[in-house]
Write a protein that binds this ligand. Structure first.
Ligand SMILES: [Mg+2]
Length: 191
């Protein structure tokens, strides 16, 4: 039996995004994030997979250890909601500091989604991508996923750009909890 998944951006989607977040003590979950993820797992039994660009590593601002500590902290904070992110994938590179080959993992490339789909036996035909950036929506569409733009993080600005590009996502949500409402209806056919 294949699994279905929510691929998620991290910063600005699950947690507040101060820019190059490196201190795990500064991780703050966004409103509705814990509740939304918990419902997605319990009601829809979807794998929760983070796909994140972390170019702060290539820039020398962050280390792999710092990024992993933040990921662990997110799961620690999510314990309160009885839910965990199943896996975290990130691309540490940036075109200004890394080779073209290395940058192939960066969103909107689908490389990490394909890697995760293989690792977790995920069927992409009924899976979703949620994020706050234009590149998140592009990434999801490139992988053939349904896409949800959250208005948290950079989401409101991204919505303006996506409208101008006539490149709207499948759904625009206030936050992760609101995303659950759309996905529940779409995935389970509940109205
Ligand atoms: Mg983001």
């Amino acid at each position: 039996m294949p699994n279905y998944a929510i691929f998620l951006d991290r910063d600005g989607t699950i947690n507040e995004d101060p820019g190059y977040l490196g201190d795990s003590n500064k991780v703050v979950l966004l409103p509705g994030a814990g509740e939304g993820l918990s419902l997605l797992k319990k009601r829809c039994n979807l794998k929760l997979i983070v796909i994140s660009n972390q170019s702060g590593i290539a820039r020398g601002i962050l280390t792999d250890e710092m990024v992993k500590n933040i990921n662990n902290k997110i799961n620690e904070l999510l314990q309160k909601f009885n839910v965990q992110i199943d896996d975290f994938y990130y691309c540490p590179y940036h075109p200004e500091f890394s080779s073209e080959e290395e940058c192939r993992c960066r969103k909107p490339s689908t490389k990490l989604i394909k890697e995760a789909a293989k690792d977790h036996n995920i069927d992409l035909s009924k899976s979703y991508f949620i994020g706050d950036m234009v590149t998140d929506i592009e990434c999801g569409k490139n992988a053939g996923l349904k896409t949800i733009l959250v208005k948290t993080g950079n989401g409101k600005k991204s919505l303006d750009v996506l409208k101008m590009q006539n490149n709207l996502p499948s759904f625009v949500a206030q936050n992760l909890l609101d995303s659950f409402n759309f996905i529940q209806n779409d995935f389970l056919g509940v109205s």
